[in-house]
Design a protein around this ligand. Structure first.
Ligand code: NI
Length: 190
């Protein structure tokens, strides 16, 4: 997930020196696939991927990144919303929304897989998410505000869902056409 244009401040690269990975851009079909659960047999995959995903997310810069966005179809997400501008990296393996509020909250969202596109998205204002960290320890987090939106946005990626899916088809088509045009222009630049 990405914050609205202009509000992204300096990011922290201290987490890792791993090389960043290319981010898949809509309409890449991999972004529409369902990712498989991470199992204990994936330990070395996860150990290699987590620092690369943080490097990719901080460089973008973004506040959340799901493994399918870098072409790996496993249920792994990294998030750092940097509360008070202090790094707070989270690794979420097999995350699952186990409770959510009826109350909704509207927030402007963007996505590293839809560069420079933003829209107001309505989601449950509060969620409880269960997940494991990279050491296999189980956690539960309750979140509202930005973290609640970010958790839902990233978990959606594991199910092939993008924030534009919550828009009317008219708004979605306008946004996707604008993205396609801008990506074409970007490619055409020398
Ligand atoms: Ni996203």
């Amino acid at each position: 997930m990405r914050l609205e244009a202009g509000s992204v401040k300096a990011r922290f690269m201290s987490e890792t020196e791993a090389p960043p990975l290319p981010i898949l851009i809509v309409p890449d079909p991999v972004l529409r696939k369902t990712a498989r659960p991470v199992t204990p047999a994936d330990a070395s995959l996860v150990a290699g991927l987590v620092p690369q995903m943080f490097a990719t997310m901080y460089k973008a810069p973004g506040i959340g990144l799901a493994a399918p966005q870098v072409g790996v179809l496993v249920r792994l997400v990294v998030i750092d919303i940097q509360p008070d501008k202090v790094p707070a990296p989270m690794v979420l393996i097999n995350p699952e929304v186990v409770a959510k509020s009826d109350e909704l909250a509207v927030r402007e969202e963007g996505c590293l897989s839809l560069p420079d596109q933003y829209a107001e998205i309505s989601r449950p204002a509060w969620v409880k998410v269960k997940y494991q960290d990279e050491h296999g320890t189980k956690h539960e987090v309750e979140a509202d505000g930005l973290l609640a939106a970010c958790l839902q946005h990233e978990i959606d990626h594991l199910n092939g869902v993008l924030f534009v899916d919550y828009l009317s088809s008219l708004k979605r088509n306008i946004l996707l056409r604008k993205l396609a045009k801008e990506m074409k222009e970007r490619k055409a630049k020398p």
